[in-house]
Design a protein around this ligand. Sequence first.
Ligand SMILES: NC(=O)c1ccc[n+]([C@@H]2O[C@H](COP(=O)([O-])OP(=O)(O)OC[C@H]3O[C@@H](n4cnc5c(N)ncnc54)[C@H](OP(=O)(O)O)[C@@H]3O)[C@@H](O)[C@H]2O)c1
Length: 231
Amino acid sequence: MPVAIITGASKGLGRALAEALAVRGWDLVLDARGAEALKEAAESASGHGTRVEALPGDVTDAGHRAALVAAARRLGGVDLLVSNASALGAEPLVRLAELPLEGLRRALEVNVVAALGLVREALPLLRRSPAGAVVAVSSDAAAEAYGTWGGYGASKAALDQLAAVLGVEEPGLRVWAVDPGDMATDLYAAAVPDDTDPRPEPAAVAPAFLRLLDERPASGRYAAPALLEQR
Ligand SMILES: NC(=O)c1ccc[n+]([C@@H]2O[C@H](COP(=O)([O-])OP(=O)(O)OC[C@H]3O[C@@H](n4cnc5c(N)ncnc54)[C@H](OP(=O)(O)O)[C@@H]3O)[C@@H](O)[C@H]2O)c1
């Protein structure tokens, strides 16, 4: 069975992706910092009959990233790496004039540096996969100038560029940066607590990612709402 590593898989989009892949028989390595919620997510995914390794830890920890890849190797390799864990830099979000530089550093460390660190760790196994793929979960804040989203958006723009160049440098892989669109998750609530407009649940967005896996379009940047519309 193919093996996926998904970061930030204890809730929100990461958990929805884990469920969707488990239903399809993927073996999974899942991570998040909070051990209890991660264990619960792993138990739910393994209920579909696949092997699921849950490793609590922070993606900014190089030893933890190595442990994630080692766990995948024990399951048979890495066919898909989903860099989904993310930091906002400030909760709630604030204008750049008030953004603590430590917050920006943290967003860059989690969203960019750790994502590249994990890709580098997994690359030898990804290259060996018959259908190796990397998904970098991005945001429309990477491309649009929304007030208060500057630090987070800058980190996602950097992630997009890493993904774009990786796609060029690794023509044997698919590398997709994916903007999932707004979703009803804890991250969104922490970013803009006063915004209570209804938003799609992550489970409704996961099929966009499955479509990429099914159709394997060229490496590049994709938006989940558009992928879902074309279904
Ligand atoms: N929600 C939206 O509207 C929206 C829109 C555009 C893009 N996105 C992107 O979609 C992705 C998923 O976000 P979400 O909305 O599903 O968020 P979420 O529900 O808050 O889930 C985030 C997950 O990441 C984990 N995590 C956070 N920091 C981590 C770290 N340093 N190391 C390991 N795990 C970590 C969290 O668990 P712990 O806290 O226990 O570690 C949790 O499992 C993110 O990349 C986000 O930027 C979201």
